[in-house]
Ligand binder design. Structure first.
Ligand code: B12
Ligand code: SF4
Length: 561
């Protein structure tokens, strides 16, 4: 096989494609199916699902199941004027059909590190079936040391991809970013029921920036976009962000937004300007954001509530860790306070930090669990190529050589030599953390119902109409459904933990008191149905049932050749 030596570049070093914006471009994610074990690096414990993969994976039929599109390639497609197809979640047949049908000049593949073997296979397929295409590889996979020797590609792109692709096509790389209309999640499923999808029913994803200036040693997204002190901002000001959100509100008929920014609240000036604009325009929007504890503490609870922050993903890491973002914060107190104000908290804890030992890890996990967050992500401490931690571990000779990249995702076993914890034990502790959180705190669906109710009780008569409206909307939209789900959860959870089951029952009574007649009556009908679907789902899962995202194909600036 003839192989090429690919260039490994970021956007400041790339030569223009001869056809410029006339080039026909395909941007694809890696092929599925994903939730199974195969020779291309799919792993059954690594499905293409955020929650079931790394947050609610121990919650059985109560696990929140949903898929997210590949936003990086959607963003690139929206910001180039060349004819461009996005192919998301193809299987190998779909990919083969697409690359043979359209004489693409450029085929771009987006991948993260775990999927390197799929990238290799896709390059092989392209060379064979579409030999005139130029192959461009982007996304985190580009951070693997020596990646250029592992795959047969022409360009490997490190870092931000819109500016790279614009420069490659001879376009203005500094032009304003056009935000694609992105529905944040799809095919949502819980308790064995797939939720209906209607326009406006699911939040829109907004991507204000990539990277994070905090530069925590293990953080791959921070490292990939410049590391400590750096990040790439697509929308600098609150005004720009407001305009984009307003545009998405109109296009997708949404009032809620998933803000895909690693540390949204860190940029206070931008957030506060956004709030001003929201107030002026009477926007009762809600927002799900990622933020570090030090960033959250820059705001009062009232500011967060007025801003519409309704869901917050916060790194808790470990009480002993010395990360700047956690300094001086009592994260348990902060979590409690946020939840009392109706803000659902997703905590994130690292298992296997340097100071962890078999003697102290249980207490650390118990500490994490005692936060009683709405959701809790646990991840193994993982040196990932490109990060300062990887560099350090490599220098110390502690990286394990024989670990397949497909298993380097933080949900299986260590990929480095820990001073006190063995590889096998790392998995045991990780699995136990998920289970302990579930057993102690109950299904996340119960926990978010509780936070929602707390917020509603606190803010239903609030003077600011925007805030009132948001809580009323969140409460009424799902009121009857929540009560019915609580009815079923109370029964189903009895066999896991009677105490939590009683708490679920008590919350259901509270919901009853706070809600209207329809939702008071609904559990009698819907509750037993949900209990039945929950039990049916348990059986399906026990038989090994998995879920896969649908294949999606979207063309832009397209005219058939
Ligand atoms: C949404 C998401 C998912 C979705 C997947 C959606 C999908 N279709 O693939 C779900 C929830 C399913 C998921 C799953 C997993 N994910 Co994930 N995920 C993310 C998340 C939160 C957002 C990605 C995103 O859209 N970012 C915004 C876009 C604009 O950025 P981007 O994708 O990086 O794209 C830019 C550049 O990379 C580049 N680029 C990207 N593609 C291409 C292609 C070309 C041709 C070019 C030129 C450039 C280019 O240009 C883009 C614009 O600048 C990131 C964290 C993050 N903040 O990025 C983690 C992240 C990508 N996931 C990660 C991981 C590890 C996983 C999992 C293994 C789960 C886990 N254990 O954590 C699984 C893998 C599932 C699988 N089987 O493949 C890691 C990747 C680590 C690494 N170094 O490889 C990240 C960075 C999180 C983290 N900090 O650890 N994930
Ligand atoms: S604060 Fe979060 S996003 Fe930022 S560098 Fe640290 S881990 Fe990464």
């Amino acid at each position: 096989m003839e192989t090429h030596t690919p260039s490994v570049t970021n956007s400041s070093h790339v030569e223009k494609h001869p056809k410029g914006t006339q080039a026909r471009i395909l941007l694809s994610s890696v092929f599925g199916p994903y939730a199974r074990d195969d020779e291309f690096g799919s792993r059954s414990i690594n499905p293409m699902e955020l929650y079931h993969n790394q947050v609610t994976r121990a919650q059985g039929s109560f696990s929140l199941r949903m898929f997210h599109r590949s936003w990086g390639i959607m963003l690139i497609q929206a910001n180039i004027s060349a004819p461009c197809t996005v192919l998301d979640f193809p299987n190998r047949k779909d990919f083969e059909r697409e690359i043979t049908a359209h004489a693409y000049d450029v085929i771009g593949i987006s991948s993260i590190i775990v999927n390197i073997a799929k990238v290799r296979e896709m390059c092989r397929m392209i060379r064979k079936l579409s030999p005139n295409s130029t192959i461009v590889i982007g996304g985190h996979v580009a951070a693997i040391p020596g990646v250029e020797k592992m795959i047969d590609a022409d360009h490997i792109v490190r870092g931000e991809g819109v500016s790279w692709m614009r420069r490659y096509l001879g376009e203005d790389e500094g032009a304003p970013i056009r935000h694609p209309a992105i529905v944040s999640g799809m095919r949502t499923r819980i308790m064995g029921v797939r939720l209906p999808e209607r326009k406006g029913g699911t939040a829109a994803t907004i991507i204000p920036s990539v990277g994070c200036p905090m530069g925590c040693n293990f953080c791959t997204t921070s490292a990939f976009f410049g590391g400590k002190g750096n990040f790439v901002n697509f929308y600098e000001s609150g005004d720009e962000l407001f305009e984009v959100m307003q545009q998405m509100e109109t296009e997708l008929k949404v009032q809620s937004f998933f803000i895909m920014d690693e540390n949204f609240l860190l940029h206070r000036e931008r957030a506060m300007r956004l709030l001003e604009r929201m107030k002026e325009a009477q926007k009762s929007w809600s927002m799900s954001v990622f933020a570090s504890a030090n960033a959250i503490r820059k705001y009062t609870m009232q500011e967060l509530v007025e801003l519409g922050v309704s869901w917050l993903w916060m790194g808790l890491e470990s009480p002993q860790a010395s990360y700047n973002k956690l300094q001086g914060t009592d994260t348990r107190q902060l979590t409690r306070e946020l939840r009392e104000h109706g803000i659902r908290v997703q905590g994130s804890t690292i298992i296997g930090l340097e100071h962890h030992t078999p003697d102290n890890i249980v207490a650390e996990i118990e500490h994490a669990v005692s936060h009683d967050t709405d959701f809790h992500q646990f991840m193994l401490y993982t040196p990932v190529p490109g990060t300062p931690l990887y560099q350090q571990m490599s220098e110390e000779g502690r990286m394990l050589r024989d670990v397949d990249y497909a298993d380097v995702h933080g949900q299986f076993k260590f990929n480095f030599k820990h001073t006190a914890i063995s590889r096998d034990d790392s998995k045991r502790f990780l699995d136990w953390a998920f289970w302990r959180d579930f057993e102690t705190n109950g299904p996340s669906l119960y926990r978010i119902s509780r936070t929602l109710l707390a917020g509603w009780k606190r803010y239903k008569d609030w003077p600011d109409a925007r805030v009132r409206e948001r809580f009323t909307r969140e409460m009424h939209k799902l009121n009857g459904v929540y009560s019915s789900a609580l009815w079923a959860m109370e029964r189903q959870f009895r066999k896991v933990d009677g105490r939590v089951s009683d708490q679920i029952g008590a919350l259901r009574e509270e919901f009853k008191r706070e809600s209207g007649i329809v939702s008071r009556l609904m559990p009698a009908v819907l509750g037993p149905i949900l209990l039945w679907s929950t039990r049916r789902e348990e059986k399906r899962l026990a038989r090994g049932k998995t879920y896969e995202p649908p294949t999606i194909l979207e063309r832009r600036n397209w005219a058939e050749a």
